[in-house]
Design a protein around this ligand. Sequence first.
Ligand SMILES: *[C@@H]1O[C@H](CO)[C@@H](O)[C@H](O)[C@H]1NC(C)=O
Ligand SMILES: *[C@@H]1O[C@H](CO)[C@@H](O)[C@H](O)[C@H]1NC(C)=O
Ligand SMILES: *[C@@H]1O[C@H](CO)[C@@H](O)[C@H](O)[C@H]1NC(C)=O
Length: 464
Amino acid sequence: MKSTVLLSALAGAAAVSASPTATTPMKPRQASMEPITATGNAFFKGKERFYVRGIDYQPGGASANLDPLADIKVCKPDIEKFKKLGVNTIRVYSTDNSKSHDECMKLLQDAGIYVVLDANNPKYSINRDDPHGSYNELYLQSVFATIDAFEKYPNTMAFFSGNEVIHDLANTTLTAKYVKATDRDMRAYIKARGYRKILVGYSAADVTSNRMQTAAYFNCGPEEHRSDFFAFNDYSWCTSNFVESGWNIKVKNFTGYGLPIFLSEYGCNTNTRDFKELESLMHSNMTSVYSGGLMYEYTMETNKYGIVKIKGGDTRGGLDQTGAREELQPEFDNLVKAMKTYKAPSGDGGYTKETKVSECPPTDDHWLVDNNLPKIPEGAKKFMTDGAGKPPGLNGDGSQWATYLASTEFEDGSTGTGSGTGTGAGASESSSAAVRGMPGPFDKTPFVVSGVVALMTLLGAVAL
Ligand SMILES: *[C@@H]1O[C@H](CO)[C@@H](O)[C@H](O)[C@H]1NC(C)=O
Ligand SMILES: *[C@@H]1O[C@H](CO)[C@@H](O)[C@H](O)[C@H]1NC(C)=O
Ligand SMILES: *[C@@H]1O[C@H](CO)[C@@H](O)[C@H](O)[C@H]1NC(C)=O
């Protein structure tokens, strides 16, 4: 097992260097995959502008919590479909940092497909009801272990430091500083470990009341505090058009924003989908501000956004995703057609070369958070020099209970839990609300992470 991992890691390294040596005892590989970088408000693949033309991929959905990139029997048939669709990027929400991803990542690389990964998962994530306590050593160890697991692949495009942790309730904005601290720590870890500069940013929920503040927040403050990009999930285009969907306003509002932006989920399922979103995303209406998006989503799950059905995937808790793949029509072919018709534009798309820093948003009724970030938890500092150690995987004890390993100090030297408003942590009322699920656009997404976390916290509390 170990030696296989080592060999593939070497193979990966060889693929990165431009000229393979004559002694390399490997079959010929396709041209190496250039890493994606960010300049100003755009992504680049070498000298060429790069647009995310992708799809969200999580067979079994949140509840199965299955890593599709750790099992060749799952990823292989899907990569065939990705090729047919013509996508260049996938997002995977749940990956197991204790497993090898060599085989699937290699197949994706051969298909020219980049991967964007969520660095947290239901058991290792920021708990919306106790953001301070859940920003702790064990949480960061898991996040860093995920970076360790994927940094070696040239087609790892980016990591998300959080998904939809901030919602439409004003008090969920209190989680923002812990997500931003995680984002900061991830970039610091990548640097400290001497890894290639893999991009790190946040994936925001489709919430109008705090979207602009969230975007500004993740791009304000000193350099080490600022994300490499911003992404948000968008469910406003329902077989409509650029103006009716309000995307024209979302371009206007984000004009002048200094980082690359893309849609980490887009879609709507109230009509037959024609994926004309892609026409606008690739049009000069948007390309000076946006860098594409990920269609939500590949597999058909209970929330009914998928374009491929996996036989038996909805039985046995979603734990077996190896069944036959059925293309769901007309949506599958519609996406193939849209990908073919609405190509990435040539040229630079009118991007802005300079990285512009945002002003930190002032606190108001919708935005309760200040800019005083927690310092990295004392016990997590060692990971910077020693590495993350043994990866906990997806089924470990989780990290939310380890509140005694949380950060103890803020950057301004103050101590406390930083909740500020006295609304208190771990309120069981809000936990059960989160478990029931609140109405709103974010419910369409597969991972309302802190809802699951809240459930676990509740169960944990009951067990105690
Ligand atoms: C755009 O900005 C305006 C003014 O700041 C704001 O009222 C509106 O909600 C924003 N719209 C979106 C879709 O973000
Ligand atoms: C581009 O913007 C114009 C003006 O808002 C709109 O009429 C047109 O439909 C848009 N086209 C696309 C492809 O987004
Ligand atoms: C947030 O507000 C809701 C509704 O007002 C409340 O039920 C919940 O306990 C609050 N949560 C936190 C973490 O303060």
